[in-house]
Design a binder for this molecule. Structure first.
Ligand code: TXA
Ligand code: MG
Length: 347
């Protein structure tokens, strides 16, 4: 057990890099400790990417399988050049368009970061976050920061400092609390070592946005086909799961009401995950939680992980969930929801 410090910061404060809170958190990173911080997607659990011992602490605190590599967070292109052997023209185009922002690029590694970060792969995943707190922390520590999402392995990713505290209090040196994150789902992971480039994990930047900039973009077959192993090692693991069994119900309201009625007859406590538009459609459910507006998918992405965590406080036996169109950010939403549901779909 370590004592987990919490540093509160206002992400809009001027000159964050030189505030006492960021300096204190950066100091911990320099000392080889691990610290959670907000990014524009979810909270990350950061450590010095070049120091084996720090990286080992990250895996330990999360209970993360050691074959699942981490994303390295940078604030400058110089840091990317230090870590990667080459940035070819397509990768450069993506960087110029989407960085800083919720896009992670898998590039050839120079072997500068710890082997534990890359899980022994010849590539390294790199991202330049846009969140002012993340940027300030990277600059103040002057380190490339290896950071997976700051949740216990298998749990929904954290979008608020109290989610991190709930999972990791006593396991990490500190948490920089910069309020709620924005996007709410993690970055899009793109493999830039293939032609065309390949989406390994859908996320904050949509396939449509990528196609607009570089033309051809492939999807990793491992994302959709059960006979293929995903190329991002993390995508094969159970993830985002609430404690109760969750079921996706694509046909929607009427079917969900029917399921609720049957389950209630069996004496079970039932939750429904819905949207603003349908909040009054499930009068018989024990718990109804709204994850956003169907007409504004970005609000659903923003709230999704918080809602999944809130179900755990409600002691439901099962959760029935509405589903969403896979357009734009919807692809990342449905990817996370189907993982949360362990692939359980009721047609
Ligand atoms: O938005 C995000 O990406 C957040 C914030 C904190 O930046 N981070 C995050 O990290 O989601 P994590 O560790 O939860 O997810 C990283 C994903 C995993 O699926 C991992 O397997 C994949 O990226 N990955 C990392 N390095 C890779 C590599 N060299 N090749 C293929 N996949 C890689
Ligand atoms: Mg994660």
């Amino acid at each position: 057990m370590v004592e987990t410090q919490v540093w509160r910061v206002d992400p809009n404060a001027p000159d964050l890099e030189h505030t006492p809170q960021i300096i204190a958190a950066a100091e911990k990173l320099v000392q080889g400790e691990i610290v959670a911080f907000p990014t524009e997607t979810v909270y990350g659990l950061g450590g010095n990417a070049k120091l084996q011992d720090s990286v080992r602490k990250i895996y330990e605190a999360k209970g993360r399988p050691s074959d699942n590599p981490l994303i390295v967070h940078v604030a400058t292109l110089e840091q990317v050049r230090d870590i990667c052997t080459e940035i070819h023209p397509i990768a450069k185009k993506l960087i110029d368009t989407f960085w800083p922002g919720p896009l992670t690029l898998v590039l050839p590694s120079r072997g500068e970061v710890s082997n534990a970060v890359t899980a022994g792969l010849s590539t390294v995943a790199v991202r330049m976050p846009s969140h002012p707190v993340a940027r300030a922390l990277i600059l103040a520590s002057n380190l490339p920061i290896a950071a997976p999402s700051a949740n216990l392995s298998g749990r929904p990713s954290p979008t608020r400092a109290d989610h991190v505290f709930y999972d990791l209090d006593g396991r990490i040196a500190g948490i920089v609390d910069g309020g709620e994150t924005g996007v709410g789902v993690e970055s899009t992971v793109v493999d830039c070592t293939t032609t065309p480039i390949t989406i390994l994990r859908p996320g904050g930047i949509s396939k449509e946005q990528l196609v607009e900039v570089v033309g051809a973009v492939a999807d990793d077959p491992g994302l959709t086909r059960s006979d293929q192993i995903p190329k991002a090692p993390g995508m094969k693991y159970k993830h985002y799961a609430p404690q109760a069994m969750m079921y996706l119900v694509p046909s929607g309201k009427e079917k969900i009401c029917e399921l609720v009625a049957t389950e209630k007859n069996n004496g079970r406590r039932i939750g429904v995950l819905t949207t603003e538009e349908n909040r009054d459609s499930y009068p018989d459910a024990d718990v109804v939680l709204v994850c956003g507006k169907r007409s504004e998918p970005a609000t659903v992405a923003h709230n999704l992980f918080d809602v999944l965590r809130r179900f755990d406080q409600k002691n439901v036996d099962a959760i029935y969930s509405e589903t969403f169109s896979e357009e734009g950010i919807g692809k990342a939403i449905m990817n996370r929801m189907s993982k949360a549901a362990g692939g359980r779909i009721i047609e």
